[in-house]
Design a protein around this ligand. Sequence first.
Ligand SMILES: [Zn+2]
Length: 285
Amino acid sequence: MKQLIVIADMEGASGIFDSNREACYHEEMYPQGTLWRSYGRACITSDVLAVCNAAIDMGIDDILLYDMHYAGCKEYNVILEVLPAQVRVFDLEDRCVDWGRIRGQAATHPYGIVTVGQHARNGETNAYFAHTIHTPPIESFWINGIHVAEIGESVMCFSGVPFIANVGCAASHKEAMELSSTVSCITVKNKEAIWEPSREETYPIIYDGIKEAMNDYQRKVPYPEQEMYSCKMYLTDGYHFESPRKFSWRGTFSNQCAAWETHDIQTALSLFWKVHEYIKSDKDQ
Ligand SMILES: [Zn+2]
């Protein structure tokens, strides 16, 4: 069985720009908004569908999808009903991010991983909705010297699994390339070039791009498995860490930086939200 892992975010989906940013606002968080349901979901669905259809046409027979945008909200952003029968979703409570559970449900050796709907990290120029997981208060998050946002978390969670393609905002490819230099980069919007195509225009670009990437499978390399994962979380201005007297992992806190290290990536990523609990706004003093 050839299993493909597909990780979808939404800020980097086709058809969603600064002018219609409300398309990204999940209805469970913004009940007054209508654009997410009437338009946004169709955009990310079209991108995911293009990835899945191309993969299936290239011989993939099992696809595991994680729809990570607004994790914690029950309803999927991707309209699952229109996806092919080969696509399954990870079993997670309200899509909550649990990288250990995600990795555990996948095959020991999946065929590859594709990230789709991806945005750039906080600080990248010419990017749509650049942020690092939760900005503010997160200024940047580093693992083993790489500034890691949603793409990095996903690809490192699947350390050792070939990274086949990244689909999204042109500015998102920088992170993807730092994780694996041979990854195929498929662009669906480009702020620098002022290129804002519709989802109908990008569907064939994604479909052809994934086919081409899979044709080049022999050259695709993973982010390699490491013996140690060293993490650093930096905060934006206006936030600081209130260092706990005691905590149960190996790490340190300073005013605006927390560091920790582990032997496996799932633990490293799960500590992100533990460390996050000690972030305080400067105003709350
Ligand atoms: Zn998102």
